[in-house]
Design a protein around this ligand. Sequence first.
Ligand code: FE2
Length: 180
Amino acid sequence: MWVIELLARYLEDKPFEIVLEHSRHVADLALEVGARLGMTGADLLFIEEASLLHDIGVCQVHAPGLGLHGIHPYIMHGVLGRAILDREGYPFHALVCERHTGVGLTREEIIRQRLPLPHRDMCPQSLSERIICFADLFYSKKPGRLGERKSVAQVRKKLLPFGEEKVAVFDAWLSQFKYE
Ligand SMILES: [Fe+2]
């Protein structure tokens, strides 16, 4: 599959294996949600490809625990991934990268919290973007725990420090995506 080859061009060895396994779990859950919502064919294919590529930007971040020795802070991985996929000619997959941090970041949050990110809205917009962002919340990249799907309570707990409104977005997705 071309996406795996693309991923392998930017990540090697341990990071490649971690990102691929993590992304495979995200893709499977995102596909499950997409199918439940009646998506088919090209839409599901896009969900699968973009899920597998959503974390490609970690190749340029500093996260020694994951075997990553880039110069950028971890929070940049979405923006970095977008730049990579734009350059590779996949602008729609690129947007999934940029818009998957937590339940999304607003321009105001980026400015107010002085995050090291460009000042623009990074909230998932399309249905596919929202489904992949949602699915990603259930899986971590902690080696050894890649296959563990978090409970709804665990996801809520993880989001709460970032604000009640983040939990509210997640709760809205839970019902919209008919997740039990
Ligand atoms: Fe992820």
